[in-house]
Design a protein. Structure first.
Length: 367
């Protein structure tokens, strides 16, 4: 195997692929990246057995075909440390990878390509093509609500649901729920649900860099696969039953509050400073035309904000974890937002004022 390549052309895919590779591995080959040269194309593959990422680069100059695995982190650090305009020459000799650039020479250990695990391809049951910007928006709008390390393992990921003409993402950690839907040209599709693990979602979001580019998605029984021009990303799915999110959406809230998103966000941020560091609780008091926000903490410190809102219902007092409200306001983009409430023990529904494509449910707190 032998090829030469510009530093920039190698570094971009290498950084993304190395992002999947775990630092601490039980299998040595899993900390390696698989390099394959076929014709004028170099492909780089990284995997942690859950998620696999393949990056492809066209080579400008003739190359000798071959395949080998080398330590991902070391190869990336070498590329990073070379000058921007370096031309890198890579050759396999006697089971060592020789990397040369200018006056620099590196010899890296290798492991055979046959040892490298591949994520088994199951039969794909549903294929669709989306704009990268759309899919990225779905993930950004909902990803913050995924659980981190919940024993209910099916919450440590995101539900993707595809039905005729629509794709929807739902994430929840049991205290709040985020949902975003988009129209998509998927033809006639039965309702199809998959749960993509947290790491898979975060890696996928990093790949969707071209707003107007397309991404082709295959949803199989055990895997999701996304392909863009330069990358193929595969992730195992979480085997579990996602909660029935339709039941969680609050129905029949009779108290509608409409307010300025930025003003609310700033007021919540200020009150949060003096909330209890562990529970982050704040108290909302609603009267006609006005919202009062209060926080206090064990040191007897208090914060209070008053903000004008569009509200004509009865008086209501309700507590929330302020971090959850700030997360929601942080991903919204409209100037006005609406809160639908019913009473102090029921969840709040938060939406952008003029569209329903994203909905957020936040459970109340007893203060």
């Amino acid at each position: 195997m032998h090829f030469s390549i510009q530093r920039e052309a190698l570094l971009k895919p290498l950084q993304l692929v190395a992002g999947v590779v775990e630092r601490r591995q039980t299998l040595p080959v899993l900390s390696n990246v698989l390099l394959v040269v076929e014709g004028q194309q170099l492909s780089l593959t990284g995997t942690d057995l859950e998620v696999e990422l393949v990056g492809r680069v066209q080579l400008e100059e003739p190359a000798e075909p071959g395949e080998i695995t080398v330590p991902a982190r070391k190869l990336m650090d070498i590329c990073k440390s070379l000058p921007n305009d370096a031309q890198i020459d890579v050759r396999l000799e006697e089971n060592k990878l020789l990397v040369k650039a200018g006056r620099s020479r590196f010899t890296l250990s290798t492991l055979p390509a046959n040892d490298f695990p591949t994520v088994e391809e199951g039969p794909g049951s549903l294929t669709c093509t989306l704009a990268q910007g759309k899919l990225r928006r779905l993930i950004e709008r909902t990803g913050f609500a995924m659980a981190q390390q919940d024993v209910r393992y099916y919450l440590n990921g995101m539900l993707l649901e595809v039905s005729t003409g629509m794709i929807r993402a739902v994430a929840t950690d049991g205290h709040r729920l985020a949902m975003c839907s988009m129209t998509a040209d998927l033809g006639e599709a039965d309702k199809h649900q998959v749960i993509v693990p947290r790491k898979g979602i975060l890696e996928l979001a990093r790949l969707l860099t071209e707003q107007d580019g397309t991404v082709s998605i295959v949803l199989g029984m055990h895997h999701i696969r996304a392909t863009t021009g330069e990358f193929t990303f595969t992730s195992k799915l979480v085997d579990g039953k996602f909660p029935d999110y339709e039941r969680v959406l609050p129905k029949g809230g009779d108290k509608l509050v409409v307010g300025d998103r930025q003003a609310l966000k700033e007021a919540f941020s200020r009150t949060a400073i003096l909330s209890n560091e562990k529970y982050r609780g704040i108290r909302l008091q609603l009267v006609a035309g006005q919202l009062k926000i209060q926080a206090n903490n064990p040191e007897q410190e208090e914060a209070e904000e008053e903000i004008s809102v569009d509200y004509n219902g009865g008086n209501l007092e309700i507590g929330f974890n302020v971090s959850y409200l700030l997360d929601v306001l942080g991903v919204m983009t409209t100037e006005q937002v609406r809160l639908v409430l019913s009473d102090s023990n029921s969840s709040a529904l938060v939406q952008e004022a003029d569209n329903d494509d994203s909905s957020y449910v936040v459970m109340p707190m007893r203060l």
